[in-house]
Design a protein around this ligand. Sequence first.
Ligand SMILES: Cc1cc2nc3c(=O)[nH]c(=O)nc-3n(C[C@H](O)[C@H](O)[C@H](O)COP(=O)(O)OP(=O)(O)OC[C@H]3O[C@@H](n4cnc5c(N)ncnc54)[C@H](O)[C@@H]3O)c2cc1C
Length: 485
Amino acid sequence: MRLKELGHDNFLIVDRNSYIGGLAASFTDEAGFTWDIGGHVMFSHYDYYDKLFDTLMGDEFSLNDRESWVRMFDRWVPYPFQNNIRYLPKQAAYECLSGLIKAQTGQGKVKSHKDATNFGEFIDAVFGEGIAKHFMRPYNFKVWAHPPEMMNKQWIGERVAVLDIDRALKNVVLESDDFGWGPNNRFKYPLKGGTGEFYRRMGESIREHIALDRTVKSIDAGAKVVTFADGTTESYDVLITAMPLDVLCKDILTGDVPDTLRTRASELRHSSGYMIGIGIKRPCPSTKSWMYFPESNCPFYRVTYLSNYSPYLTPDQSGGNATHYSLLCEVSESEHKPVDKDRVIEETITGLENAGLLEPGERDDICDTWLYRAEYAYPTPAVDRDAILSDVIPWLEARGIFSRGRFGMWKYEVANTDHTLMQGVEAVNRLVEGETETTIGIVYAATEDGREAAVHERPAHAGSGEKRLAGQAVEAKNAAAAAKP
Ligand SMILES: Cc1cc2nc3c(=O)[nH]c(=O)nc-3n(C[C@H](O)[C@H](O)[C@H](O)COP(=O)(O)OP(=O)(O)OC[C@H]3O[C@@H](n4cnc5c(N)ncnc54)[C@H](O)[C@@H]3O)c2cc1C
C-alpha cells in the first residue's frame, strides 16, 4: 500500500496461504463463530495506522473498554497486578509488598535492574521475590514457554523498571481500587469478520499486486531470483520478507551463504501456540475483555471473552450476543513446555472450570470448539537475540533482502499489528525516500576499527502492550504527513 501511495506500481506480494492476513487473519467456522489467532487488541502507536484503519473500516468497528484481570487464589485481581495487591490473601499480599519494597530500595537478590543480566534477574530486581513467586515467574513461563533466565531484559525496556511503591502501598492500606482501564484504554475492533477484516480490506485495495497460494521454495540471494514450489520464478531488485528469519536463512536462501549465517539464524528461539475457541450457547455472563492465568490449574496463559469485542462474532448474528458467547484461550508450547495436541481442548475446558470461567454443568452448553496451532507464535527475546540480529540483518540488507515483521525482525517489543505494518511502511520509506526506520530499533554505525556494526536501541515507539508515548503522536504525524494519503 505504501509503495502505491508513493507512486510505484511494479511490485508483487506473495503468500503461501490462500487468504490474506497471516497471523492477523480471522476465521468464521461452520458453527458461525468467528475466531482470531489469539486475542488481538489493536492499541495503535501510529497516526498512519489509525488513518488507514479509519479509511478502510469507516464506522464499521466497535469501541471497547479494556477490562483485564488476573485469576489467582480463586479470585479476580484487577490488572495491573502490582497496583491491586490488596485483592490477594493477606500472607501473599504481605510477601508481594515486602519484596517490592526490598527490590526497589536495593535490598533484593539483585541490587538493581541495571545489574540484571537476563529477564529472570530483571523480575527479581524490579518486582521483588513475592510478585516474582506469585505472578511474574509462573505467568511468564506460561506465556513464553521458556525460563526467564534464557530471555533478555531489553524487550521490557527501562520504562517499567521503576514501580510506584507509594501507589502499591496506598492501595493496600487505603483499600482503593486501581484499575488499568478506562477511557484512555479503549480499543477498536472490526464490527464483522474479526481482526482479519482490516487486513482483508487492505488486500482488496491492492488485489492486483497479490498472489496467494504461492509458496516461496528458495531465494538465490546472489542472482536475486525467487523460486516457488510450483517451479515458477520471479526476479527482484529488492525483497521485503516477513517469513520467519531462521527459516529464511536455514532453508530458503541458496547460493553463496556462509554456514555461520545459517547457524546463527537457527539459534533464534520461538514458541508455538495453540488457540482454542470455545463457543457456548448461553448469554455472556461477563463484561471482561481478557484475563491472565499464572496458576497451574489450567493450561492457558490468557483467555479472551472474544464475543465481547463485537456483537457479530457468534451465530447470534442479529447482534447483542443474546444467546451465545465465545472464549478464546491461548496455550504456549516449546521444547521446554510440551503440549499434547489430542488433549489440549479437553484440558482447556477442564481448566476453564477450574478457573471459575465455566459454571458447573456449563460444559453441556458448549456448542463449538475450534483449534488452531501456530508453529511460530511468539518470537522469544532470548539473551543472544540482538547479537544474532546484528550478524544476520545487515548481511541480508547488503544483498537487497529486508526481513521485517513479527518473525522477520524477531523483536517481540515491536511485533504487534501496528508495529509490523509500520515496519513495512518504514522499510519502503527508507528505500524510496531515504528516511530512517524508527520502529525496528537497529542503528548502523562504524566501529572504532572501521567495521560496520548494527547497534540495537530501544525503538522510538512504545512497545507491544505499552501506552503511546507523549510526543509520539507528533512524530508519527510527520511520518503521516509524508504519506500523501
Ligand atoms: C497469539 C498471538 C497474539 C497476538 N496478539 C496481538 C494483539 O493483541 N495485538 C496486535 O496488534 N497484534 C497481536 N499479534 C501480532 C500480529 O498477529 C502480528 O503483528 C501480525 O500478524 C504480524 O504480521 P507479519 O506480517 O509480521 O507476520 P505474519 O502474520 O506471520 O505473516 C507472514 C506471512 O508470510 C507467509 N509465509 C511464510 N513463509 C512463506 C513462504 N515460504 N512462502 C510464501 N509465504 C510465506 C505466511 O503465510 C504469512 O502470511 C498477536 C500474534 C499472535 C500469534
